[in-house]
Design a protein around this ligand. Structure first.
Ligand code: OGA
Ligand code: MN
Length: 295
């Protein structure tokens, strides 16, 4: 179906499109907002340029895509529980950056985020791009044999390597002085999600394992699960399943966290980068489309 009230320009073959003709600081017409949402589902991540958003306007823009909510572990912006500032300062050198490995946001939650809207207040002159990978493409290009092997598997997800008692952000290590990250006992909890999930809106299957938070596979030894997870990560991040977004101040990305992984490239030590994110409430991943016509 064509787009009539917005311009949609795909960025790569498997994922990502730039949308023009939309000012996210103002309420969108019903038609525009329907089309923007349709592009979000079709491309798994959509980008907008030259936006100027107050915190309230950013939250309102987030509502085009879902319901803003407050995430654990990262201290929100004062007065705005739905917003977090993601900042790397010029002096934050030689350390891990927030979002710096492949992940689905908060996949360790029972209901991982549906998606997120990320707004660049200050982009470095170069570097600091974000890369996205289509987990539809990753799933669909597996062999029938591998699909059958993965079908019944349950992934174990935990924030422990980031937010647990010995996570990488512990004691301020690896976190910018401009961000406050809280490590708690809850950070070590483990959540189960199907390795192959069915997208609740498109009905398409996608892989749902990632580098940051998938710590194992239910019922398997580490030495059994690790090679499978490593293979899936290597496969899912093949160049042809990805797109890479070059930020400018005022750019916005909105990703479908059910269908895409992402990571933030850390190649701009010495420059400042300031992003603001509104996270959207998700639902519990499931394996198959619930059967229709039960009533
Ligand atoms: C995020 C994240 C990516 C970036 O906001 O969820 O991973 O490019 N950040 O800052
Ligand atoms: Mn992220």
């Amino acid at each position: 179906m064509a787009y009539e009230t917005i311009e949609v320009e795909p960025l790569a073959g498997s994922i990502g499109a730039e949308i023009a003709g939309v000012d996210l600081s103002k309420p969108l017409s019903n038609r525009q907002s329907d089309e923007v949402y349709r592009a979000f589902l079709e491309y798994s991540v959509v980008f907008f340029r030259d936006q100027d958003l107050s915190p309230e306007q950013e939250i309102a823009a987030g509502r085009v895509f879902g319901e803003p909510y407050s995430i654990p572990f990262v201290k929100p912006m004062d007065g705005y529980p739905e917003l977090i500032d993601i900042i790397k300062e010029p002096e934050d050198v030689k350390m891990y950056n927030f979002g710096g490995r492949w992940h689905h946001d908060v996949s360790f939650q029972e209901e991982p985020a549906k998606g997120a809207l990320l707004y660049a207040l200050e982009a470095p002159k170069w570097g600091g791009d974000t890369v996205f990978a289509s987990m539809y493409a990753a799933y669909e290009t597996l062999s029938d044999g591998m699909k059958a092997l993965l079908e019944p598997l349950v992934g174990l997800h935990s924030g422990r390597n980031s937010y647990g008692a010995s996570g990488k952000f512990v004691g301020g290590a690896n976190s910018s002085r401009s961000m406050q990250i809280e490590n708690t006992a809850e950070g070590d909890a483990v959540m189960e999600h199907p390795v192959v999930r069915t997208h609740p809106e498109t009905g398409r299957k996608c892989l749902f394992v990632n580098q940051n938070y998938t710590v194992g596979i239910k019922g398997m030894e580490e030495r059994e699960a690790r090679p499978i997870l490593d293979f899936l990560l290597e496969h899912a991040t093949r160049d042809e399943f990805t797109c890479r977004f070059r930020w400018r101040s005022g750019s916005v990305a909105v990703w479908d966290n059910r269908a895409a992984m992402h990571h933030a490239i850390n190649d701009y030590d010495g420059a400042r980068r300031h992003m603001r994110r509104v996270t959207l409430k998700g639902d519990r991943p499931f394996r198959e489309q619930p059967s229709a016509g039960a009533e």
